[in-house]
Every structure is written in structure tokens, then in C-alpha cells.
Design a protein around this ligand. Structure first.
Ligand code: GDP
Ligand code: MG
Length: 388
């Protein structure tokens, strides 16, 4: 039998973000290497982090994009995404769960479009703390790296992160992975910065249980398993839950985190829930598992929305009432009709109030963040103000 998960340290969810090829996956592997060499955790090599999600989704496991490690004071689940589209889809829509992020910026290239987009989206979905890894510092020129650092601090300030106070650590994921002591210490300094700069978030343990479904797995002979990060509340084996979207009520018959069984899981934990008697095709990513009766799904809501400027990768033309983009709400991806009311158009760069009519019932509540996408790119980000 597998050993049970024992909660000895506070658990936080973090992730790497940043432009493609700036070294997110290399740094993720390097972090696990540095900690493993220190005796606290298991080394996870680059290709185990970077391989396609489908290939790794076997057994009862949590979302494969997660790597688990421990510092002296904390237990972390760390998410790393293979590409920009995955990032937006998986990380940003689930990013309400991220307690902090490591922004990876190549010291050789500086800020690139995805760097800026990830910072903007992180802000929008409520990631309040960012630590910067100025990566590839082994190959960078000192003066150029100073300029990149200034530029990153400005970008963060522009998005309300207080760029002057944000820890910026010069690292080399590649050299740390090779065991070079200078860069091993740099990765340790980065982890110290995460430990001290990203505060332990408030967990809503007393609220009714809610988990947005990220993945569904079938385990032959045992049933259907859903995975995701618990948004609020607690859940125990034997609890009754409702699967919103699937329209079923059932019982949790098994609970695991990182492959280890547990009796009770709580807000912030990444878990796999085994659900009794639920057919595989009944549940999908985007559904929500919740305490029965605690959530009422709806279709119409009002929101404040920021329409991304063209410079940020958004549209070049305005939107008007009748616009029908995709709304990414928690892990769901739903089409919606936009009504701008008295406002004729919303131009790229504008912040507007809109009413949205979704194509299907979705759990909604004031304060919930979401992202608007169209043709594979992010065009807006908003927050639900009222639900009708
Ligand atoms: P990702 O797309 O952000 O996950 O980037 P990867 O981790 O896949 O790295 C992209 C490329 O940059 C690879 O060829 C890495 O070997 C290289 N790279 C990553 N980190 C470093 C570093 O610290 N120094 C140098 N010189 N190259 C690096
Ligand atoms: Mg990568």
C-alpha cells in the first residue's frame, strides 16, 4: 500500500511563467535537482516535466503539469506548461489557484510578448505575488542584464506589482542542473525569495467545498477520477458531492495527492477524487465538484472587462454588442454573447462594463475572474460583478 500523505508544512501552489524558450522547464528541473541534492525531494528531469500531458496521465495522479517539492519551511506544488496556448488554457484559467509565480525572463532576450501577456493575465486572475528569475545569467552580459532587470521591474509596476519591491534573482537553470555551485546557490536564493516574498494565502477552509475539474481519468475497476486544485472548503472520503455540469450527485470514495492517499483534503491542495458510480463521459474538464446545493449555476452576468490592446497581443479592432468570443471561467471554456449596453464599442485598451449570456450553465459568483479568448489568443480579461 502507498504511504499516506502527511501534512507537515504549509502547502502552496506556484508556477513558472514567461516567454517560450526563456528556460521555464529547465529552471523547474533545476529547482528539483538543487532540493534533491539537499535531501528534500526527488529530482524531476527536464523531459519528465516537458512531455505531453496525455502521455503522463496514468493512474490516480494529480494534473501532470505539477511537480512537487519542499523547502525548509514549505511544501510546494509547482506547475510548468509546455507552450503558450497550454499556459493560457491550463494555467491562467486555473490560476486563481496560484499563490505566487516565478516569472522567468531570459537575460539575453529581455521582455517578450508572452512575458507581458503572462504578467497581465496573472494580475487579472488574482496572482498577487511574483518573483523574477532572470535566467541564462551564465551567458548574459552584466550591463545588458541590468537593463533587462530595469525593464522587468517597470513592466511589473505597470501592472500593479510594485516592481521596485519584487525580488529579482539572477539564475542559470542550465548551469544549476549541471551542478555548478555558483548557480546552485543562485537557485537556492530564488527559493528563499519565494519562501519569504510569497505569503501564505488565506484558505477558505470553512466555506462549502468546491473543486474545478481539470482532468478526468478512468481507472479500470475503480471508477472515474477527477483531478484539480481545491478552491475552497474541505473534503473527506465518504462526503456527498454534486458534479455541476454533469448533473449528478455522488460520494467521494477515494482521495489522493501526488499519488498518496489522504483522508481529508483542503483548499489549496491538488487532489484526485474517486467518484462512486459516475460514468467517464458524464464528467468533463470545466465541470465543478461542490458540496451539494452550495453553488447555483447561471448563464447571465455583468462584468468589468479590460480589452487587451494590440500591443499586448489583443485585437486591433473594437468589439460591439453581439460579439461572441470564448469565456474561460475557472477550468471551463464556454461561448458567450456580449452586450455592451449603451456603449457603442469597446476599443482595444478600454475597460468596460458588459453583460454576458453564456452558452451553458456555469457556476458563477461576484469576484470570479475570467479570460476572453478568440481564435486562439487572449483578447480580454475580466471579473464578474453581478450574477443574474
Ligand atoms: P521554456 O520554453 O521556457 O520551458 O524553456 P526551456 O527550459 O525549454 O529552455 C529553452 C532553451 O534555453 C533550451 O535550449 C535550454 O537549454 C536553454 N536554457 C535554459 N536555461 C538556460 C540557462 O540558464 N542558460 C543558458 N545558457 N541556456 C538555458
Ligand atoms: Mg517549457
Amino acid at each position: 500500500p502507498k504511504t499516506a500523505y502527511v501534512r507537515t508544512k504549509p502547502h502552496l501552489n506556484i508556477g513558472t511563467m514567461g516567454h517560450v524558450d526563456h528556460g521555464k522547464t529547465t529552471l523547474t528541473a533545476a529547482i528539483t535537482k538543487v532540493l534533491a541534492d539537499r535531501g528534500s525531494g526527488t529530482f524531476v528531469p527536464f523531459d519528465r516535466i516537458d512531455r505531453a500531458p496525455e502521455e503522463a496521465a496514468r493512474g490516480i495522479t494529480i494534473n501532470i503539469a505539477h511537480v512537487e517539492y519542499e523547502t525548509d519551511t514549505r511544501h510546494y506544488a509547482h506547475v510548468d506548461m509546455p507552450g503558450h496556448a497550454d499556459y493560457v488554457k491550463n494555467m491562467v484559467t486555473g490560476a486563481a489557484q496560484l499563490d505566487g509565480a516565478i516569472l522567468v525572463v531570459s537575460a539575453l532576450d529581455g521582455i517578450m510578448p508572452q512575458t507581458a501577456e503572462h504578467v497581465l493575465l496573472a494580475r487579472q486572475v488574482g496572482v498577487d505575488h511574483i518573483v523574477v528569475a532572470l535566467n541564462k545569467a551564465d551567458a548574459g552580459d552584466e550591463e545588458l542584464t541590468d537593463l533587462v532587470e530595469l525593464e522587468v521591474r517597470e513592466l511589473l509596476t505597470a501592472h500593479g506589482y510594485g516592481g521596485d519591491a519584487v525580488p529579482v534573482v539572477r539564475v542559470s537553470g542550465l548551469k544549476a542542473l549541471e551542478g555548478d555551485p555558483r548557480w546552485t546557490s543562485a537557485v537556492e536564493a530564488l527559493l528563499d525569495a519565494v519562501d519569504t516574498y510569497v505569503p501564505m494565502p488565506e484558505r477558505y477552509l470553512d466555506a462549502p467545498f468546491l473543486l474545478p475539474v481539470e482532468n478526468v481519468i478512468t481507472i479500470t475497476g475503480r471508477g472515474t477520477v477527477v483531478t484539480g486544485a481545491i478552491e475552497r472548503g474541505t473534503v473527506r472520503v465518504g462526503d456527498r458531492v454534486e458534479v455541476l455540469g454533469a448533473g449528478v450527485e455522488t460520494v467521494v470514495t477515494g482521495l489522493e495527492t501526488f499519488g498518496r492517499p489522504m483522508d481529508e483534503a483542503q483548499a489549496g491542495d491538488n487532489v484526485a477524487l474517486l467518484l462512486r458510480g459516475v460514468p467517464r463521459d458524464a464528467v468533463r474538464r470545466g465541470h465543478v465538484v461542490a458540496a451539494p446545493g452550495s453553488v447555483v449555476p447561471g448563464r447571465r452576468f455583468s462584468a468589468r472587462v479590460y480589452v487587451l490592446s494590440a500591443r499586448e497581443g489583443g485585437r486591433t479592432t473594437p468589439v460591439a454588442s453581439g460579439y461572441r468570443p470564448q469565456f474561460y471561467i475557472r477550468t471551463a471554456d464556454v461561448v458567450g454573447d456580449v452586450d455592451l449596453g449603451d456603449v457603442a464599442v469597446a476599443r482595444p485598451g478600454d475597460t468596460v462594463t458588459m453583460t454576458v449570456e453564456l452558452g451553458r450553465d456555469t457556476p458563477l459568483e461576484p469576484g470570479l475572474g475570467f479570460v476572453i479568448r478568440e481564435g486562439g489568443r487572449t483578447v480580454g480579461a475580466g471579473t464578474v460583478t453581478t450574477v443574474e
